[in-house]
Design a protein around this ligand. Structure first.
Ligand SMILES: Cc1cc2nc3c(=O)[nH]c(=O)nc-3n(C[C@H](O)[C@H](O)[C@H](O)COP(=O)(O)OP(=O)(O)OC[C@H]3O[C@@H](n4cnc5c(N)ncnc54)[C@H](O)[C@@H]3O)c2cc1C
Length: 469
């Protein structure tokens, strides 16, 4: 459909719309409204969709009203937290977007070490609210990412080896079901639902608020990347693989192959150079971190070493400018059990194949506290994996995008014999079989049964969908 056809098709049932408008506290944004373009856009610039209505909710009652409207009209419904879904699952053509962005209140209880966060909160906002108390919820590595979608898929990031995934801190959620009912879920209340939201995405309802346990952190950490030329990728990865086996769980590392960004902190002669980097975050005493990280810093001849003591908040925002909204993005992801020689060689062979000056693809080190939680305790399925690859093809505009995407696909296929699982939040729109792989057959069947109980009509289907049938 063209944009004009989509706008014409966006006529809403006037009676149902008037009913919604009479109770809705937030903004109801329609095609032609001055803020329509701002609110329909999502992080991935490659996705360009035109919903008939964006319901910007201010509270639970708004969410309930929007769900009721969705049922009355039969229009497709997308749910938006921070709008960072890679494949654009939080926006649709011709349907309703239930946008939780305005629900971004945060309450921190530093004594009980608990935070409550609304579904529109971004990661950086939660860090800024908790770090003044020396506390944190482990989450992702870019501050603009929505807390809601990230948490509902698991939540990996710089603190996970010390404290676990974001879902491992979750104490309870408030949720609106497909029937518009408001329920709570925790270990003691609707425990089956509480299991389902810890990795099962938005399949079971719309979470309106999260309650997290807080962990002591910083505010200073030893953190930052160390860069080597990309031609040394195989040597660096082999050293890294051996060194990492003995490091304490206070340390989480992420290997990134990328083009060096033109940042003021980086000498101009290195801008644009292809590198392999190991980013570190040591979440314990700085002196201990210096000792642990020393062998890495001394390996070979790094081009640049930006690892230094810094406030956690500064470290958390250090990748923001590399992954801005509006660029074109495409991802292929998978987990591997370990970095074998063969995996390293294939990685080193394919990594330099990107052409884009804004390319950057991460390999997250798992293990530590992530692996100490039982496989069946939550839906998240990668607890036994060693590493998560996310081969990210990025261009500033559509120019060159197809070529980068092909590179990502070819690279992914070359490592296919070594894939063990895949992190659900790193999937594109890849079909049911891949979603089953993300959860494993046993958990997938259990999720289907839960879906039949909480959303038998598959009202919430614009997500990594677990079909009830
Ligand atoms: C720049 C960037 C960096 C990232 N870094 C990390 C990282 O370090 N670690 C990590 O684990 N992941 C990371 N991710 C992946 C991220 O976890 C997912 O993209 C996640 O879905 C983003 O959440 P969101 O709320 O912004 O997404 P949205 O696009 O708003 O939503 C994503 C999905 O979640 C559903 N959803 C959103 N809110 C709710 C809700 N309140 N109730 C029910 N369903 C809901 C949506 O319907 C949709 O299906 C990153 C993504 C980006 C773009």
């Amino acid at each position: 459909m063209t944009e004009v056809e989509l706008r014409e098709a966006a006529e809403l049932d006037p009676t149902a719309f008037a009913e919604l408008a009479s109770v809705f506290e937030g903004d109801l944004v329609r095609p032609g409204d001055p803020t329509y373009d701002e609110h329909r856009r999502i992080w991935n610039g490659a996705i360009d969709r035109f919903p008939a209505l964006i319901a910007r909710c201010r509270g639970v009652a708004d969410v309930q009203a929007a769900v009721t409207f969705g049922r009355q009209t039969g229009l497709p419904v997308a749910v938006r937290g921070g709008g960072h879904s890679f494949p654009g699952l939080s926006v649709n053509d011709g349907g309703i977007v239930i946008d939780l962005g305005p629900m971004n209140a945060i309450r921190v209880d530093p004594v009980a070490r608990i935070a409550r966060a609304g579904a529109g909160v971004r990661l950086g906002e939660l860090d800024r609210a908790t770090q003044p108390f020396g506390l944190a919820v482990p989450a992702g590595i870019v501050t603009t990412t929505g807390l809601a979608g990230l948490t509902l898929g698991g939540g990996i990031g710089w603190l996970m080896r010390k404290y676990g995934l974001t879902i491992d801190q979750l104490l309870s959620v408030d949720l609106v079901t497909a029937g518009g009912e408001f329920v709570k879920a925790s270990a003691t209340e609707n425990a089956d639902l509480f299991w389902g939201v810890r990795g099962g995405g938005g399949n079971f309802g719309i979470v309106t608020e999260f309650e997290f346990r807080l962990n002591p952190l910083g505010p200073m950490v030893l953190a930052g990347p160390i860069y080597w030329p990309i031609e040394e990728s195989a040597r660096v990865l082999r050293f890294y693989r051996d060194w990492i086996t003995d490091v304490p769980d206070d340390l989480t590392t992420i290997v990134v192959h990328r083009a060096i960004p033109p940042l003021p902190a980086i000498p101009a002669e290195l801008h644009g150079r292809q590198v392999v980097s190991v980013g570190v975050c040591y979440a314990g005493p700085i002196e201990d971190g210096e000792r642990v990280v020393r062998p890495l810093r001394q390996f070979g001849s790094p081009l640049l070493d930006l690892c230094a003591p810094k406030p956690f908040l500064e470290h958390q925002s250090s990748l923001d400018s590399s992954l801005p909204p509006g660029y074109w993005y495409y991802f292929r992801a998978f987990d591997v059990a370990e970095l074998t020689d063969e995996i390293i060689d294939i990685t080193a062979e394919h990594a330099p194949g990107f052409k884009s000056p804004v390319a950057a693809f991460p390999i997250f080190q798992l293990g530590g506290a992530v692996a100490r939680v039982g496989e069946q305790e939550t839906v998240f399925n990668g607890r036994r994996a060693g590493y998560t690859f996310n081969i990210n093809a990025t261009t500033v505009t559509q120019d060159g995008f197809d070529e980068e995407r092909e590179w990502s696909r070819t690279f992914w296929s070359a490592l296919a014999p070594h894939h063990t699982s895949v992190y659900v939040n790193f999937l594109m729109d890849e079909g049911e079989e891949r979603i089953r792989q993300a959860y494993g057959a046993e958990k997938y069947d259990r999720l289907k049964a839960l879906k039949r109980k909480y959303d038998p009509d598959n009202f919430f289907r614009l997500n990594q969908n677990i079909r009830p049938d």
